[in-house]
Design a protein around this ligand. Structure first.
Ligand code: AMP
Length: 562
């Protein structure tokens, strides 16, 4: 007997109502134990809000317009009722449950249907993902209609959550590792490592169920299965890093591009982004380059792709992003936005994993097989002055800063540790004024937690928006901020309030971009609030003119894109 999907939905419902991690882990462990082997991976993926394993490149491609239209048609409720349910819960899945419950037709239909099982739901999701080409929208809709038509309100809630990829139960991948470890009595560190090697915890769970500890410890890398990259911590100064790394370290240029993991097996090359999505089609020239240059039949390499301007200087990150998005006219884009690959690590070579080898060894081997592909510029030193000069040189040639790598460090998959440090020249923070705010989602749906940040225009006196952020404040501060903003509200439009510009906040950011999004033509990238500046009045906040100056300064070091 197959396990019903209802059981999974009920489990998620329990997860949603508790925040006790140990209880969550036990509930999921018990659930996984009771499943059939072929249900383990689909269930684990779905509990995490994924239709498929993480390495799987298939996507559902179901738009919210399609989905919401279908929900309304199935339940026969008007747009207002659905919007009302959403307003009450702040969650699309929960709103779906409410309208499904309100619709009698739906309830009656499900009484006569066979219950949905975990495998039936997975197969439907596969069918939806595999539908492409002409008329696919209608076919996807029909498949969805069948699936949701057979669902109870509770099941519909979780199917919708999986479709949009957001569970919001608080049960994340780290907890899933603990649950798998508990369910199948495999030590937690082995489960973690296996998750990183295979790229999917669901698959690890299935292997753990059948083969136990032994099977899990035997897992190895596989080409074309991207793995979680090693990450770097932030450091403020080079001397701090040299000390932390034991008196001497390797400094590499930190390039401001996109990290890529390149997998090669004989003549086949695939490229994965930092988030492990397959981006091969966007970079045919990098595929050709790897095929021609890399002297290895099998390899997993890591590097940074950067966009370059006419004079060979790197272009701001946003230009590179255009290459990622573009799947049509790729060859044309190769000429318009040329990119360069710089390699910095070698993780796997001709059947051997190199993650347990020290950094210097990996880098040496990388140099031996890289052919004509450049490695990131590097120096090894214990002299802070020399490191400082190298940092300056990196910035002056248009790069972001440095990455310091401990000489004997192993490659720690997915871990942000002290073995790698990133050192950036920081941009000065800005003091900006909150001019509007939006209610958040999920837990934050009653709070004004998303803020529009503005700088004063000296010429017109107007406050012009240059960014938006929901990052930086604690829950307590958000609650307090909500109260203050409500008192300052001039106008309410749906879930947004426009306020009198009164509250000043200090904002850190990574870059100022040119952007048509706001009237001032600029936008902050990765803005986050670092402090509430109650000591400053809006008149004392930073001006658009200053923002523009900082923006221009960025360009002095970077090539202009025309
Ligand atoms: P983080 O991702 O926050 O750990 O910051 C490190 C990021 O810097 C990586 O993800 C890479 O995209 C990027 N990066 C640029 N140059 C290098 C380099 N030489 N070594 C490692 N990472 C680099």
């Amino acid at each position: 007997m197959q396990t019903e999907f209802r059981a999974l939905a009920e489990l998620c419902e329990k997860l949603e109502t508790t925040s006790k991690r140990t209880l969550m882990v036990s509930l999921v462990a018990e659930f996984l134990k009771r499943l059939h082997t072929d249900e383990v991976e689909p269930a684990a993926s779905m509990i995490l809000g994924r239709p498929f394993p993480k390495w799987d490149q298939r996507t559902l491609e179901v738009s919210w317009a399609t989905l919401s239209g279908l929900i309304r048609r199935l339940t026969n409720v008007g747009w207002k009722s659905f919007a009302g349910a959403f307003g009450k819960t702040g969650d699309v899945g929960a709103a779906t449950k409410i309208v499904f419950e309100a619709s009698k037709i739906q309830r009656q239909a499900t009484l006569f249907e066979k219950p949905l099982t975990i495998l039936v739901v997975r197969r439907s999701l596969e069918a939806i993902a595999e539908t492409g080409g002409y008329g696919s929208r209608e076919r996807k809709e029909r498949l969805l209609q069948t699936l949701l038509g057979e669902a109870t309100p509770l099941e519909a809630k979780y199917i919708v959550k999986i479709l949009i990829g957001e569970m919001r139960t608080g049960f994340h991948e780290g907890l899933m590792e603990l649950a798998v470890s508990k369910a199948f009595s495999v030590p937690h560190d082995l489960v973690r490592r296996a998750g990183m090697l295979t790229g999917d915890i669901g698959e690890v769970a299935a292997i753990a169920k059948v083969q136990g500890r032994e099977g899990i410890s035997k897992l190895r890398f596989q080409v074309f299965r991207p793995i979680k990259p090693m990450l770097a911590q932030t450091a403020d100064a080079v001397d701090e890093v040299i000390k932390e790394h034991g008196g001497e370290t390797a400094f590499e240029y930190k390039l401001d591009g996109a990290r890529v993991q390149i997998h090669k097996f004989q003549d086949t090359v695939r490229i994965y982004s930092r988030r492990l999505t397959d981006v091969t089609e966007s970079f045919p020239e990098i595929v050709r380059l790897t095929r021609d240059e890399v002297k290895a039949s099998e390899a997993i390499l890591e590097g940074e792709i950067i966009a370059v301007g006419e004079n060979g200087y790197p272009l701001p990150f946003q230009h590179l992003m255009r290459r990622f998005r573009r799947l049509h006219y790729v060859e044309e884009m190769i000429e318009k936005i040329p990119v360069e690959l710089h390699l910095f690590d070698l993780i796997y070579l001709n059947g051997q994993s190199l993650i347990a080898d020290p950094y210097v060894e990996r880098r040496k081997k990388l140099g031996e097989i890289a052919g004509g592909i450049p490695l990131t510029k590097q120096i090894i030193t214990g002299n802070p002055r020399e490191a400082e000069r190298f940092l300056k040189e990196a910035i002056e040639t248009g790069h972001e800063g440095l990455v310091a790598k401990k000489l004997d460090s192993l490659y720690t998959l997915g871990i942000r540790g002290k073995r790698w440090f990133k050192i950036k020249e920081s941009l000065e923070p800005l003091d900006l004024v909150i001019v509007a705010a939006e209610y958040g989602y999920g837990r934050r749906h009653n709070w004004l937690s998303d803020y529009y940040l503005a700088a004063r225009d000296l010429e017109s006196g107007e406050f012009l928006v240059i960014g938006k952020t929901f990052k930086g404040l604690t829950d307590k501060e958000i609650i307090e901020m909500t109260k203050r903003l409500k008192e300052l509200t001039i106008k309410e439009e749906h879930r947004r309030v426009v306020v009198t510009p009164r509250i000043v906040v200090e904002v850190a950011y990574n870059e100022i971009q040119k952007s048509p999004k706001y009237k001032c033509g600029m936008a902050l990238r990765f803005a986050r609030i670092t402090r509430i500046r109650d000591d400053k009045s809006p008149e004392e906040a930073d001006t658009i003119q200053r923002v523009r100056k900082i923006y221009e300064k960025q360009f002095k070091k970077k090539a202009r894109y025309s």
